[in-house]
Design a protein around this ligand. Sequence first.
Ligand code: 6PG
Length: 468
Amino acid sequence: MAVTTPQIGLIGLGTMGSALALNIADKGFPIAVWNRTAQVTREFHAGAGELARRITPTETLADLVAAIRPPRAIILMVPAGQAVDDQLAALAPLLDADDLVIDAGNANFHDTNRRNAAALPFHFLGMGVSGGEEGARHGPAIMAGGAVEDWTRMAPVLQAIAARAEDGTPCADHMGPAGAGHFVKAVHNGIEYADMQMIAETYGVMRDGLGMDAQAIGTTFARWNEGILRSYLVEISGKVALAADPVSGGPLLDVILDAAGQKGTGRWTVIEAQNLAAPIPVIEAAVMARNVSARLAERAAGEALFGPAPARVEGLSPDDLEQALIAGKILCYAQGFAMMTAAGAEFGWALDLPAIARVWRAGCIIRSAMLNDMAGALAEDPGRNLMLAPFFADHLRQSVPALRRVVAAGALNGLASPALSSGLAWFDMMRTARGTANMIQGQRDFFGLHGFKRLDGVARPHGPWAGG
Ligand code: 6PG
């Protein structure tokens, strides 16, 4: 029997749901759980050890609702999409108006907006949860969206189960109304794709350009993880590179197929950035690179036809790659935060960028030392692009020359670095006051009489081709 009647329930005991339920129980909150397959619920409860006394397993949805003390809070951990709508429909006749349902899956924020607008017969929060299974079990980062009072009601539980930054702040916060939490989680995932891709690009240059083996590469990542790049993704990249293959005894990395999977959250970010006219080229390149990676047969045909890359790169060192990664990371995050500024304006959400950077400092996949400095720089002036903040401008002045060397060496030697080079191209556009769009405007006016503005202020909006 549970120690006290739970006020919280959880539906969906997959990997993430099970881990989150154990985390909640571990922090002292009794919880009732239900899974579509009763056997899964029984096995979960049987395997919960001493936490089982705080967990009430239930056999039907009605049992689950009956096991929770009103006003209830029920966390959904079911696959994003139709399964969430089905579950909300099934809960509707069973719940009271004061009850609260929290969708903690990786929902598309447009779906969360729609569900918020659908006048559900209970309260509803859309909540992004990051950190994988380990995070869900011991402290994820939590990005909630919905009514402030619903957040306030759940905050004691959510902040208790969340990761804590080094200064002790819980990495759980309210991002804004409706789909704001799932939107911020989507941008997180876009940045996650970009961070991973840029690390993979530096790996590629070390492997193919510098001829380093997996051991040397792993040691290099481990060294980077002690400096400004200290982050979960650099840390695990080192561990992946250093892992031995239990089958062959050689480096595991060397036997992993080079075709990346994806569930689609990075793609959603890119689609939304296009809708917002927000430039996020590093994230776009990362999504593109995953798509290209999956085209194994075409890539093999391309190599057979054009020959492999010329290989060895001269005059480049792992230190250059470290600096290139620093620059790429700053540029990528500058783009991601600027996209959130654009979204805030478009959707009428007061997204608090420093608070978002603070939530990302621990628990989530993109957690890193640099996010602390980003939170500080954004707090100085949330409307200013991060690349223009003095702290990051100083870092860019130091690291961009190495980024140029890495991108140039890649271009000359056939080592693709789409994310790093997209970051550099964006940087160069952003530091060029007189760009080249005057030619675009001339072309548009030539073929469509779309008009242009003149630098001298003279009121002649068309070229001579218009007879003007
Ligand atoms: C996280 C992750 C997590 C998961 C995504 C991305 O923040 O914990 O982003 O949500 O890894 O599903 O996975 P894909 O790489 O398959 O898109």
